[in-house]
Ligand binder design. Structure first.
Ligand code: ADP
Ligand code: TRP
Length: 334
């Protein structure tokens, strides 16, 4: 009755991004997208999901590929159930304040500190020359997260260090200017899907070419599933499901009861790899039913996706501009 007087309850802020660096796979889906969609659609959160296209520029120099990948990510999120009325879905580059905040944060971060980043060290180990964008990747990512005063960041295990960087950088900034501007974000890593295996049993990753694509065509998905690497066990042999890539991928799609049933089939013997792959493929095709059509329909109408992203960008920018006003004042730019 006295709604006018009641204070709005504070919602926790959830934020996550995916780089527009190529086609999405089930590692991306189970490791990050699924949580972003389920939690993002939940009214308990004020949610931001974005396409990290500035970050993608660190590796992608093909403008059509970059653009297409951004559209695919947006279409995939919508096809998988993200509600754009509840989640602010946008392109990072449509909120240039992210870049401005990163420029400011660069000044509280040292080079030796960034040289400890896994991604940087991996490139160094391979003797690859690292561009400055890649070197400063964790700072831009901290800017993405801190901009919205984020509480939770759902990501896969490989992003854990980046969230630690964001927490550290929040502290560096607060101490440098003696303010309480940025809160410390928390990662959210689902234990069971922290690392989704690829068809070779290693972590599924675009760069390893071991992926099962979310919305590639049927033949491509079939080829990937049939190519899952197995040992030479005979169909009659009893098999250990926990070390089996087919099982470890299949279980991601199943309920607890279904997982137990599948586990029993592996353990009892008489369940050959051909049959196991056929059944996994069937599960994946069932999962794609409806979603793939929605994805294809959206991709054939890019202006609809662009309009949704633009709308999300506007919403995000209002919030980002508030933060930047505070930051600019704190550091003396305004
Ligand atoms: P890729 O490794 O294929 O380049 P990205 O680095 O673009 O994938 O990852 C996008 C999101 O998906 C991140 O949150 C990341 O943690 C998650 N992710 C990617 N691959 C996997 C995987 N194999 N298992 C779990 N999560 C993953
Ligand atoms: N680095 C993330 C990845 O490779 C993408 C990303 C950029 C991100 N900014 C972010 C993820 C902020 C979570 C929050 O997947």
């Amino acid at each position: 009755m006295f709604e006018f007087f009641s204070k709005p309850t504070y919602k926790k802020v959830l934020l996550s991004g995916i780089q527009s660096t190529g086609t999405l796979h089930f590692g991306n889906y189970f490791g990050a997208m699924k949580q972003n969609i389920e939690l993002g659609n939940d009214d308990a959160f004020d949610s931001y999901v974005f396409i990290a296209d500035y970050h993608a520029l660190t590796t992608v120099k093909d403008k059509e590929a970059l653009h297409r990948s951004a559209l695919e990510i947006a279409a995939a999120y919508i096809a998988c159930g993200l509600d754009t009325n509840k989640v602010t879905l946008f392109r990072q580059s449509s909120v240039p304040e992210h870049a401005e905040l990163a420029v400011i944060l660069n000044n509280v971060v040292t080079m030796p500190y960034l040289m400890r980043a896994h991604a940087f060290k991996d490139h160094e180990a391979k003797n690859q020359e690292v561009n400055v964008g890649l070197f400063c990747y964790p700072v831009l990512m901290a800017a993405d997260i801190l901009m919205y005063k984020t509480d939770v960041v759902p990501v896969g295990q490989d992003q854990k260090q980046h969230i630690e960087y964001a927490r550290d950088i929040a502290g560096f900034y607060n101490r440098a200017w003696n303010v309480e501007q940025f809160k410390l974000p928390q990662d959210l890593i689902m234990k069971d899907v922290a690392v989704v295996p690829g068809v070779d049993g290693e972590k599924m990753s675009k760069s390893k070419g071991n992926v099962i694509s979310l919305f590639g065509d049927d033949a491509e998905v079939k080829k990937a599933v049939m190519g899952i690497v197995t040992d030479s066990a005979h169909p009659d042999d009893k098999k250990n499901p926990d070390t089996n890539t087919i099982f470890n991928i299949h279980k991601l799609f199943l309920t607890h009861a279904e997982i137990d049933a599948l586990r029993a089939k592996f353990e009892q013997g008489g369940y050959g790899y051909k049959q196991a792959k056929d059944e996994l493929l069937e599960t994946i095709m069932k999962w794609r039913m409806g979603k793939k059509e929605t994805f294809d329909k959206l991709m054939s109408n890019p202006s609809k996706i662009e309009a949704l992203l633009e709308e999300g960008g506007k919403r995000a920018r209002v919030r980002a501009q508030q933060t930047m006003k505070e930051v600019r004042t704190q550091v003396g730019l305004e």
